[in-house]
Design a binder for this molecule. Structure first.
Ligand code: G3P
Ligand code: CA
Length: 267
């Protein structure tokens, strides 16, 4: 009986340790559940909430400005159905990227990457997702180096060649490879991610994997650990789901709602 009590005490203590593990909390496109994604308002709010980092998507304009925008066009978030690569910075700057979210944010602009970096407080990180092809890399390099915040930047991209090019241009800057979960026969996402990506990331010299949470399995977690690759996930807004992923071994949660995650895991 005494042994049983000791065993149960140990199990409870251990589960408390696991539950107490605090993941890195990254605000997806800023605090985008509340403020318009990829705007300065969304980044300021993320820092106010206490996020450990924020994620931003970057594209290149026609005249070589690196801007924070998720889609290839400005239609969804700024009402103009034009490709960002065909617009000049002046044209982009004239757009309203806040009203679609709420009248409260009317007049919010699509920011340049340099402006997003200016909001980045000491000790926090900016996860910089390269959405364009690799011609953006020399521009990125200049902006990141001129910001003086090189050590706070993490480069992420789905395209391996683009991520390798960015890594070569900015040696020593952390890199995490983005992997989506495969789709089922009906095209619905959510199948398991191949654990072999972990060894491939290691061989490429990356620092981690940043994957769709839908594709995480114990096998992927083990492979990432074996390969010395940090495992981050996107995009999780449900605290119970986040808790489960952290208990599996995920160390970073990208979320639209950093306030919700910080309430769950503590600041
Ligand atoms: O942080 C990675 C995640 O943002 C990738 O998906 O479509 O939101 O850019 P997406
Ligand atoms: Ca993104």
């Amino acid at each position: 009986m005494r042994m049983l009590i000791l065993f149960l005490t140990a199990v409870v203590a251990l589960s408390g340790c696991v539950k107490g593990r605090r993941p890195e909390i990254i605000a997806h496109r800023g605090a985008s559940a509340v403020a318009p994604e990829n705007t300065i308002a969304a980044y300021r709010l993320a820092w106010e909430m206490g996020a450990d980092g924020a994620e931003t998507d970057v594209h290149l304009t026609k005249d070589g400005k690196v801007v924070a925008l998720h889609d290839k066009t400005t239609k969804r978030t700024a009402g103009l159905d034009r490709a960002i690569k065909d617009l000049t910075w002046d044209e982009v700057r004239a757009l309203d990227a806040g009203s679609w979210k709420s009248p409260k944010y009317a007049g919010e602009k699509i920011p340049s990457l340099a402006e997003v970096l200016e909001t980045l407080p000491p000790g926090k990180k900016l996860y910089l997702e390269i959405k364009s092809t690799k011609e953006i890399v020399p521009f990125l390099k200049t902006i990141v180096e001129e910001s003086g915040k090189r050590k706070q930047v993490v480069l992420i991209a789905f395209d391996k060649k683009t991520l390798l090019a960015a890594k070569a241009a900015l040696p020593g800057v952390h890199t995490k490879w983005l992997i989506d979960s495969p789709r089922d026969a009906k095209g619905k996402r959510g199948l398991a991610i191949d654990p072999a990506f972990a060894a491939q990331a290691k061989a490429a010299g990356f620092d981690g994997l940043n994957v769709s949470h839908l594709g995480v399995t114990p096998e992927l977690v083990k492979a990432a650990n074996d390969a010395g690759q940090e495992l981050h996930v996107w995009t999780v807004d449900n605290p119970q789901r986040a808790r489960l992923l952290v208990e599996m071994g995920v160390v970073g949660i990208t979320t639209n709602a950093p306030d919700v995650m910080l309430k769950e895991f503590g600041r």
